[in-house]
Design a protein around this ligand. Structure first.
Ligand code: M6R
Length: 413
């Protein structure tokens, strides 16, 4: 849609295997059996300026900086009345209490959004929550049934593996909920219910603002379910809501680290390998930061759960290697610092993203971000790491928005 938005806002949405015969003044649609199908155009209310760079060098930098707005838009009024945003299905107490598990399925960054929030569903709703890669889920005969709620996340709503996984879940009797950023996208048309993220069009191949919006939305959904289930205290849920409302201004604050991150990028852009470490929710951010870096800078990077260091990866740590750690969980900070000390002893140079009051002298670089509820911390901690990937790619003179071999929507297997 963004490609022709400056010409029209009226779109005909076609289903799989449909055919269109296009004339100067009319279009005729046919189904698979060559029977004519009547379609009404859908008004897609997007502003053409939202797909301009608006003074930024690249879409990625614009989209990183837009996160204050995209998160605000995604929150909208959903905390007051989430039902309005979940089309078609009433998630009532009887249905939610009958669930044996929630399955979150997606690819790439969208899957990382699932990893960063699965614990929130478990903690608030007391429902076991699994996360899987769509291309794995669809071929492993997953243990799901009508007591499983399957949530599919896709920015584009067109990812072939995610859509195939959704169709499989439906065929096994599970309820399917799609989260997408694109109005009318295929996944929203396939799912039993859907919710939009409202991040605005994301043009750069590397996903940034869609990820933070997915995190916000999944947290809101978990709170909504917990309210229906009465599975968490109102105090806890209300304080989380307050923290969600404060996110836009904290994102604004986090973005002020941009110059600091740019300076750090000058020390890193010649590296061949970079390691990311984190525990718990910070590990999910390490995975996302590593994906972002390799995607647009072509630097090989790996993300490890800090506790796994001793089980293999520490063999790779040698003099001068760069290790980036995320430290936002106050209950785990002491353990993570001790892991970082282990790599320092072996000569690593360390960069730390944290909201904790730690002894800065131990590390080579510290990127400080605002405090928030630990379930929400990825929404802030990922931002300096998105910027780091961006500036490293720029230092290397690469095409940030269109990295080699990658497409924005992966519509084939
Ligand atoms: O449109 P989707 O969210 O389904 O896309 C999934 C992945 O292809 C996508 O997140 C990919 O990993 C991004 N390029 C990451 O930046």
């Amino acid at each position: 849609m963004p490609a022709i938005l400056s010409y029209t806002k009226n779109f005909y949405l076609m289903e799989d295997n449909e055919i269109a015969e296009i004339y100067k003044d009319k279009i005729i649609f046919y189904n698979n059996n060559l029977e004519e199908v009547k379609k009404q155009p859908k008004l897609i209310d997007l502003d053409a300026s939202s797909i301009e760079k608006n003074g930024y060098d690249d879409f990625m930098l614009k989209e990183i900086n837009e996160q204050t707005l995209s998160v605000r838009e995604t929150i909208g009024f959903k905390l007051d009345n989430p039902k309005v945003y979940i089309e078609n299905l009433d998630f009532n107490k009887e249905y939610l209490s009958s669930l044996n598990k929630i399955y979150i399925v997606a690819c790439g960054t969208a899957m990382h959004a699932g990893l960063a929030t699965s614990n929130t569903f478990e903690k608030l709703c007391k429902i076991p929550t699994l996360v899987d890669i769509a291309s794995e889920f669809r071929y492993k005969n997953p243990l799901i049934d009508d007591k499983t709620l399957c949530i599919f996340i896709s920015q584009s709503g067109e990812t072939a593996d995610t859509i195939a996984a959704l169709k499989l879940a439906k065929s096994k009797g599970s309820k399917t909920l799609a989260i997408s950023n694109v109005i009318g996208s295929s996944i929203t048309r396939e799912a039993d219910v859907f919710i939009y993220t409202h991040a605005g069009p994301e043009i750069a191949v590397a996903s940034t603002k869609a990820y933070t919006s997915q995190l916000v939305l999944l947290n809101i959904l978990a709170i909504h379910f917990a309210e229906i289930l009465e599975s968490s205290s109102l105090n806890l849920l209300n304080s989380l809501k307050q923290d969600i409302l404060l996110l836009p201004e904290k994102i604004e604050e986090t973005l002020k680290q941009s110059e600091n991150v740019k300076e750090i990028s000058k020390q890193l852009y010649k590296e061949k390998d970079i390691f990311f470490l984190g525990r718990g929710i910070d590990y999910s951010v390490a995975l996302e930061a590593s994906l972002k870096l390799k995607e647009i800078s072509y630097i090989h990077s790996e993300a490890y759960a800090s506790g796994e260091l001793k089980h293999g990866p520490i063999a790779l740590i040698e003099d001068g290697i760069k290790v980036i750690s995320i430290l936002t969980d106050e209950d785990l900070v002491a353990k993570s610092v001790s892991n970082i000390q282990e790599v320092i002893t072996r000569g690593a140079k360390t960069i730390v993203v944290t909201n904790q009051d730690i002894d800065k002298k131990i590390f080579d670089y510290v990127i400080k971000i605002p405090k928030t509820n630990k379930l929400l911390s990825p929404i802030l901690s990922v931002i300096p790491l998105q910027l780091l990937a961006y500036y490293i790619s720029k230092q290397k003179g690469l095409d940030v928005d269109k990295p080699r071999n990658l497409a924005k929507s992966v519509t084939v297997e």
